[in-house]
Design a binder for this molecule. Structure first.
Ligand SMILES: N[C@@H](CCC(=O)N[C@@H](CS)C(=O)NCC(=O)O)C(=O)O
Length: 231
């Protein structure tokens, strides 16, 4: 009876998906990696932050926070890479949805906690250094900045002692966000080899085609910037 309705409308790929991004931006790369994993049909639009394209009245009307990445799904808007990725995995993940963003309350809470760990610990520690380099305030990370990133590495290494990936024994959206952030952070403060689980996890992720295609090119852009500033 219900067989004729087996293709749920929420899994229909919407041709109007637009992703505003910049390859050098770690959170934008996290969204582009997930879009690649899901083979999402979308339009990728570069937003030149240096030219202030994120501060135009049109962009601010849609995204008052003026950040990238930013998602437009028809007339529905999502700000923040973590919110974008949980939305995309839930709505367009199809058969991969349950693995990428599990519905089990406890597993989902663990995925969310790793995503918030990225938002509240890893990304701020990394971007504080990037911004200070950009403003010419530092030419190498300060002791305190280095300690903050090392703390993030230590915590993630501990999580990875419990599960093969950041939140479970399989890849979830948390790994995608953390892969973008940690690969970028490691250019600022190298990951000490003593973090064996973290090093092994990053090595595993670096083998993935979606990582090579959607993280590596932007990481190279970021690396060129960092190398031009670090002494
Ligand atoms: N938590 C946000 C961070 C987004 C963010 O800060 N993006 C930076 C580029 S990496 C940006 O858009 N900066 C411009 C601005 O904030 O005006 C996310 O994950 O999307």
């Amino acid at each position: 009876m219900g067989v004729f309705f087996s293709i749920a409308p929420q899994f229909t790929v919407n041709m109007t998906l637009k992703i505003y991004k910049l390859d050098g931006s770690p959170p934008a790369r996290a969204v582009m990696m997930l879009a690649e994993i899901l083979q999402l049909k979308h339009e990728a639009l570069d937003v030149n932050l240096m030219a202030g394209e994120h501060l135009t009245p049109e962009y601010l009307e849609k995204n008052p926070l003026h950040t990238i990445p930013f998602l437009e799904d028809g007339d529905f808007y999502v700000t923040d890479s973590h919110a974008i990725n949980t939305y995309l995995a839930s709505k367009y993940g199809g058969a991969q949805s349950e693995k990428l963003y599990p519905t089990d309350f406890k597993v989902r809470a663990t995925v969310d906690s790793r995503l918030f760990f990225d938002v509240s610990v890893v990304s701020p520690a990394s971007s504080a250094i990037t911004v200070a380099l950009l403003n010419g305030e530092i030419t190498s990370p300060t002791k305190q900045q280095t300690e903050k990133l090392n703390f993030a590495y230590e915590v993630l290494d501990k999580y990875l002692q419990k599960t093969k990936f950041a939140a479970a024994d399989h890849l979830t959206v948390a790994d995608i966000s953390l892969a973008a952030s940690i690969s970028s952070a490691s250019l600022l403060v190298p990951i000490d080899q003593k973090y064996t689980k973290l090093t092994a996890w990053l090595n595993t992720i670096q083998q993935e085609d979606w990582y090579k295609k959607k993280n590596v090119p932007g990481l190279e852009v970021y690396k060129a910037f960092v190398s031009s500033k670090l002494k």
